[in-house]
Write a protein that binds this ligand. Structure first.
Ligand code: PEP
Length: 257
């Protein structure tokens, strides 16, 4: 079986005015000087910056993603943005089901599933986030939560080429806390098993599963080489081009100049 190519994706969340595009310029420059051919890279700025970010990234190998979409292509949904609109603005992927949306906006697995299908309809890759809350973690319910979220949020038509799973323990997001590498291995392995059951052997084995939650330059090497971790979804540390590059460069061949 061919190895899964890792992806490091940056989620800027509700951060970034036009001036933040300078961080993308920095990232592009440092990647041109010291490439990391071992991994793919993506940045997901807020929707307001997508068009300008697409211009900054044009001709680079930094992919552009968005952070959420409405399930429908258009219509009377004030303030919402459709997957088609994101594609039109230059995105090739969209995050759906981030825990901040599940908690702030009460998004259910069924809605996340519909959003992932909207992404496919617009030819976008769906980055589907799952993860247990602090209370679920403490109750020992993590495996059940992850299984339920995979079954509910991942469409049956999901394929490894159009879907990426991001496992993000809610209690690890923005907290500086991370699970131990052994726990990450155990939980990402369980997610892999859930995907195999849902999608079959071929797709379940080939789908990328990212880890997210307080990944930073100092812990990237210890978290990214855990079995069944095929990259990272990075929040806070993706806002600075050089920090984000440092995380990505965990994959860089140490012999490279
Ligand atoms: C995220 O919210 O997707 C995330 C991983 O955030 P942070 O890296 O800041 O914990």
């Amino acid at each position: 079986m061919t190895a899964i190519r890792p992806l490091v994706a940056g989620n800027w969340k509700m951060n970034g005015l036009g001036s933040a595009l300078a961080e993308l310029v920095t990232l592009r420059q440092v990647l041109a000087e010291k490439p990391v051919p071992e991994a793919d890279v993506m940045v997901c700025p807020p929707a307001t910056l997508l068009t300008r970010a697409a211009e900054v990234l044009e001709g680079s190998n930094i992919a552009l993603g968005a952070q959420d979409c409405h399930p429908l292509p258009s219509g009377p949904h004030t303030g919402d943005v459709s997957a088609e609109m994101l594609a039109d603005a230059g995105a090739t992927a969209v995050i759906v089901g981030h825990s901040e949306r599940r908690l702030d906006h009460g998004e259910s697995d069924a809605l996340v599933n519909a959003k992932a299908r909207a992404a496919y309809r617009a030819d976008l890759t769906a980055i589907i986030c799952i993860g247990e809350t602090q209370a679920q973690h403490q109750d020992g319910g993590t495996l059940d939560v992850l299984k339920r979220q995979v079954q509910g949020s991942v469409p049956e038509e999901a394929r490894a080429m159009n879907t990426i799973i991001a496992y993000e323990p809610v209690w690890a997001i923005g907290s500086g806390l991370t699970p131990t590498p052994a726990d990450v291995a155990r939980l990402q392995g369980a997610i892999r098993e859930n995907l195999r059951q849902l999608l079959g052997e071929t797709e379940g084995r080939a789908m990328r599963i990212l880890y997210g939650g307080s990944v930073k330059p100092a812990n990237a090497a210890e978290l990214l080489f855990v079995p069944n971790v095929n990259g990272a979804l990075v929040g806070g540390a993706s806002l600075k081009g050089l920090d984000f590059y440092e995380i990505l460069s965990a994959y860089r061949d140490p012999e490279a100049t």
